[in-house]
Design a protein around this ligand. Structure first.
Ligand code: ATP
Ligand code: MG
Length: 235
């Protein structure tokens, strides 16, 4: 027996399949997916529209449970940890539709997320940390004190990114986070993701159609016909 015990990956999908049932139709979106996501790594998941990318993220982030198979975080099954607890303490998600609290300002969206998840900045107040993160994604003070419904799609997307960054968690999921952004703003976000993975050791998993993002990730995964495969790059 090997004396060295391998550390379990931050997130493992073991033989995961998922089927949606609606009226008489059943759609199997994911089929027998096995994959281990590691810390310190920036992943891009590509795939045609309707291939199940959002479904995969909702299972991996504990929003839903797979029809078959198991998902584990550092070797513990998500159902054992508790899906609510897992979502609250260990993952942050940037949703395709942003899911911002529409009766609040951009700044309040970020500070509220920090309060809910109990994220405490190393120095300074939550408000100061939130302002810093919002500035990092390119939003100035005048913009962030406006109600989010008064912001453009790209600005709302950046609020959603800042909110996810504010929750100091192990895994960051993002569903098309640069979809509404111009190339320069998108590059700033990609740089932030790379830094989170490479300097802070986070696991960053991003669903995207963007080649600009995919080419700068560490691993590119393709979802097609229910199967997840890793692209092998000759470097
Ligand atoms: N709640 C649901 N009930 C039934 N079918 C669903 C449900 N959610 C998604 N689907 C179906 O599952 C398939 C995968 O959907 P999903 O949203 O995961 O795709 P996607 O890869 O994220 O697509 P896009 O790139 O357009 O965002 C689609 O055929 C979709 O219609
Ligand atoms: Mg989707």
């Amino acid at each position: 027996m090997n004396a060295v015990t391998a550390t379990p990956p931050v997130l493992r999908l073991a033989d995961v399949s998922h089927t949606y049932f609606s009226r008489r139709r059943r759609t199997t979106v994911l089929k027998n997916i096995d994959y281990a996501f590691e810390r310190g790594t920036f992943y891009a998941i590509l795939g045609p529209s309707g291939s199940g990318k959002t479904t995969l993220l909702s299972l991996a982030s504990g929003l839903d449970t797979p029809s078959r198979g198991a998902i584990s975080f550092h070797g513990r099954n998500l159902t054992e940890i508790g899906l609510g607890r897992f979502r609250n303490q260990h993952v942050a998600t940037i949703f395709q539709q942003f899911n911002l609290l529409t009766y609040m300002t951009a700044l309040q969206n970020v500070t509220t997320a920090m309060e809910i998840t109990g994220a405490k900045p190393a120095t300074g107040s939550r408000r100061a940390r939130a302002l810093h993160l919002l500035e990092q994604v390119g939003l100035d003070k005048a913009t962030v004190t406006r109600n989010v419904l008064q912001l453009s799609g790209g600005q709302q997307q950046r609020v959603a990114i800042a909110r996810a960054l504010a929750c100091d968690v192990d895994i960051l999921f993002a569903d098309e986070p640069t979809g509404n952004l111009d190339e320069d703003t998108a590059q700033g976000i990609i740089d932030t993701f790379r830094e989170l993975a490479h300097e802070q050791g986070k696991c960053v998993v991003v669903v995207t159609h963007s080649q600009q993002l995919a080419t700068q990730s560490d691993r590119v995964l393709h979802l097609r016909k229910g199967k997840l495969t890793e692209q092998v790059n000759a470097r």
